[in-house]
Design a protein around this ligand. Structure first.
Ligand SMILES: [Zn+2]
Length: 57
């Protein structure tokens, strides 16, 4: 039960950020600003501009 609940929560989190921006899961770089999106990799997000890397959980 706990596992199923956690899974559902994780999925919901994927779609939590859809206020206008469809289902875009891309985040903006905190260093470069809102215009620069982070490239998505297997387990991390990277900024191609300043090399900022954010690990997914
Ligand atoms: Zn950047």
């Amino acid at each position: 039960m706990a596992a199923a609940k956690a899974k559902a929560k994780g999925r919901a989190a994927l779609y939590a950020v859809k206020e206008g921006k469809a289902a875009l899961q891309r985040k903006s770089c905190p260093r470069c600003g809102t215009g620069v999106l982070l490239a998505e990799h297997e387990n991390r997000l990277c900024c191609g501009k300043c090399s900022y890397t954010e690990f997914k959980k």
